[in-house]
Design a protein around this ligand. Structure first.
Ligand code: ADP
Ligand code: ZN
Ligand code: MG
Length: 478
């Protein structure tokens, strides 16, 4: 039997607001436990929550960016359950009336575009954290995170493979980061993804029974966990078994998903409108005001990079995946850098070094004008492409300009023919056997000779002249 996977994602994004969702406490990460709390967020009786306007704006902004309908009227609801990290006994969320519905995000998988529908985006508050380490026979509860604004984005079951799921989360992460509504940090949990997955025989319309997977904190783990889960479900059906609807936990160290709890139903939560909060009224003027704050998003920027700068798709993809990266690129081009050269340097050396240090482009000392300066030195023939890599590394580390590094280190390219000729003659003389083999037809030895010459000149010889001279000498015309 051939099966296909059906996947729907629920993504929680912590919003970048200064204060919490329903009180004035700070949302700062990493403070002493329970220092960022007040009667509202620890759920004292009789307190009155007030919704954070900026958080609502973040959700509307995201909704507009992903083609949602913004509800003119929405409401907060209480989702009731008991857990020690939730002292109120209910989470304030949204239920039948979310702020955004019916959105759409495009992803590109294996070169083709696919649309993923969004069911809804709603606003809710986060819970606190239970800490089991270092507490002996007890557990600690830290309520600093309780009441932090979260945006939950729910997709339609439109995703068909683990790869598509990972692409979707990448795209959504890029969008929220472009918008500045969430920092997208998956390791620290400011962007969390739960995946619902089922399988069905190819051609069947009806959906199979799904499981929900939690605890995947990287793109790689999303793919791996879904891969594992799909295989597990196929095996069960092939052996004549049935899928149990449940929540499963991904264990990255073991590479498996494991049952965590049986699936709860919405009615278990006894949702009801929160009587302490006024409904959210959104008028068109407010929506239009928020729309004006939306920057050019990854999809449109990617398309523009292809048409305006003639970049290949892969370059445009990578350069627009981060807003700061795209802006760095455009700054360099504005300063006179050839788009493809700038892109090559960014996608090659620059990303390599940023990755090595696990740094963001906005954190590095190298500025766009300095890369342009380097490219100009290469174009003018002042330095060779090989030397340029050394200069780049130095520029990246020190933030000094390329021409200064070239001067300080004496890296100017040697283009004086007679000077290079001396070295060429010397190398040929030292390698008579190789010369014979070359003349006998072993053309690839040209590379060997060129390499020796570059080594002898510490990479400074103009490679074009080296090649010309070598060919001339080896063919015996000189
Ligand atoms: P629940 O009521 O169990 O929370 P929802 O209908 O609200 O389920 O859907 C939650 C998520 O699961 C959504 O992203 C949705 O697209 C996805 N989903 C729903 N049914 C299936 C299914 N049979 N297989 C895979 N994903 C599904
Ligand atoms: Zn508080
Ligand atoms: Mg649901």
């Amino acid at each position: 039997m051939q099966y296909e996977a059906v996947i729907g994602l629920e993504i929680h994004a912590q919003l970048l607001t200064e204060s919490k969702m329903f009180c004035g406490c700070s949302t700062k990460f990493g403070s002493e436990p329970n220092t960022q709390t007040c009667p509202v967020c620890i759920g004292m009786p009789g307190v009155l929550p007030v919704a954070n306007k900026r958080a609502i704006e973040c959700v509307i902004k995201t909704g507009l960016a992903v083609n949602c309908k913004i509800a003119p009227f929405s409401r907060f609801a209480r989702k009731n359950y008991f857990y020690p990290d939730l002292p109120k006994g209910y989470q304030i969320s949204q239920y039948e009336l979310p702020i955004c519905e019916h959105g759409l995000v495009e992803i590109i998988v294996n070169g083709s575009t696919k649309k993923i529908g969004l069911t809804r985006i709603h606003l809710e508050e986060d819970a606190g954290k239970n800490i089991h380490e270092g507490a002996g026979d007890y557990s600690f509860v830290d309520l600093n995170r309780a009441g932090t604004p979260l945006m939950e984005i729910v997709t339609e079951p439109d995703i068909r493979s683990p790869q598509e799921a990972a692409e979707f989360v990448k795209k959504l992460r890029a969008i929220v980061r472009y918008l500045g509504v969430c920092d997208g940090n998956m390791e620290q949990g400011s962007l969390r993804c739960d995946a619902n997955v089922s399988i069905r025989p190819v051609g069947q319309e009806e959906l199979g029974t799904k499981t929900e997977i939690k605890n995947m904190n990287s793109f790689k783990f999303i793919e791996k966990a879904l891969d594992y889960e799909i295989k597990r479900q196929i095996k069960i059906l092939n052996e004549g078994g049935r899928i149990v609807q449940e929540t499963r936990l991904w264990h990255s160290n073991r590479g498996i998903t494991e049952s965590m709890r049986s699936k709860e139903e919405a009615h278990d939560y006894r949702y009801f409108p929160d009587p302490d909060l006024v409904p959210v009224d959104v008028d068109n003027a407010w929506i239009e005001q928020i729309r004006l704050q939306i920057v050019e998003l990854p999809d449109s920027r990617r398309q523009r990079f292809i048409t305006q700068y003639g970049l290949p798709e892969q370059d445009a993809d990578l350069l627009t995946s981060e807003r700061a990266m795209a802006e760095w690129f455009e700054e360099a081009v504005k300063l006179g850098g050839d788009p493809k050269s700038v892109s090559n340097w960014m996608m090659g050396e620059l990303m390599k070094m940023l990755n090595e240090e696990n740094k963001l482009i906005e954190e590095c000392a190298l500025k766009p004008e300095q890369l342009v300066g380097l490219i100009k030195l290469i174009d003018k023939g002042v330095i060779s492409g090989k030397i340029a890599k050394t200069v780049f590394e130095e520029m990246y580390k020190t933030g000094k300009d390329a021409d200064r590094i070239v001067k300080e280190k004496g890296l100017v390219q040697v283009s004086d023919e007679s000077e290079i000729e001396k070295v060429v003659d010397d190398i040929l003389q030292k390698n008579p056997k190789e010369m014979e083999r070359f003349r006998a037809g072993e053309e690839k030895l040209l590379g060997f000779f060129a390499g020796q010459i570059m080594k002898a000149t510490k990479g400074k010889a103009n490679p074009k002249i080296v090649n010309e001279l070598l060919r001339k000498k080896l063919s015996g015309t000189s």
